[in-house]
Design a protein around this ligand. Structure first.
Ligand code: URA
Length: 209
């Protein structure tokens, strides 16, 4: 699958397995998602541009490499995307944050927008859209479509789990958007849930079920 980056580091796979277990408490699910988000942030920022800056070590002046974190925007698809944000921000504290509120119409499974707030000057920024689950792809497609209106420099999509249907849908609509994921599961069920999956990510993060 082109443009799909499978983050198969053993630590990522191990923590994901712990999260999948139905016995994982809300507390441990949230903590594991936070740890996984830090590890995934490491992968999704791998090709970020570096600048040379002059610094002084205790011994001499040197040209050293730094990223410009402020140019990066993490866009969380509410509400489950919020669970990924903290971990990402602890690795890139200078990043800006945008929010897109989308809910899935339970009958049609299509995405309906209810909130959209982005930092200014999006045309100068690289965007990483985050949502734990890329399932039908409807929310991801709608979020990317909306973001493209602001013409950011680049858009990546980061999730924890996806499935062949979600990848196909997002790639068909936005072939230019690379997908970063920790796992590609077997399939979607009739209710738009990923199998074997981990259940409803939002409910498991916030303990709402
Ligand atoms: N959203 C979820 O939270 N879980 C799924 O399996 C699919 C979409």
């Amino acid at each position: 699958m082109s443009n799909v980056h499978l983050i198969d580091h053993p630590l990522v796979q191990h923590k994901l397995t712990l999260m999948r277990k139905k016995t994982a408490s809300t507390n441990s699910f949230r903590r594991l998602l936070n740890e996984l988000s830090m590890l995934m942030a490491y992968e999704v920022t791998r090709d970020m541009a570096l600048q040379d800056v002059e610094i002084e070590t205790p011994l001499e002046i040197m040209q050293a490499k730094m990223i410009d974190g402020k140019k990066l925007v993490f866009v969380s698809i509410l509400r489950a995307g919020t669970g990924i944000l903290d971990g990402m921000l602890s690795v890139v504290p200078g990043a800006r944050v945008g929010h897109i509120g989308l809910y899935r119409d339970p009958k049609t499974l299509t995405a309906v927008e209810y909130y959209f707030k982005m930092p200014q000057n999006m045309q100068d920024r690289d965007v990483v859209v985050v949502d734990p689950m890329l399932a039908t792809g409807n929310s991801a497609i709608a979020a990317v479509e909306r973001l493209k209106e602001l013409r950011p420099k680049s858009i990546k999509f980061l999730c924890l789990l996806t499935c062949p249907e979600g990848i196909a849908a997002l790639q068909k609509a936005h072939p230019d958007v690379p997908i970063y994921t920790a796992a590609i599961d077997r399939q979607l069920n009739d209710h738009g849930y990923i199998l074997p999956g981990l259940g409803d990510a939002g409910d498991r993060i916030f303990g709402t079920k």
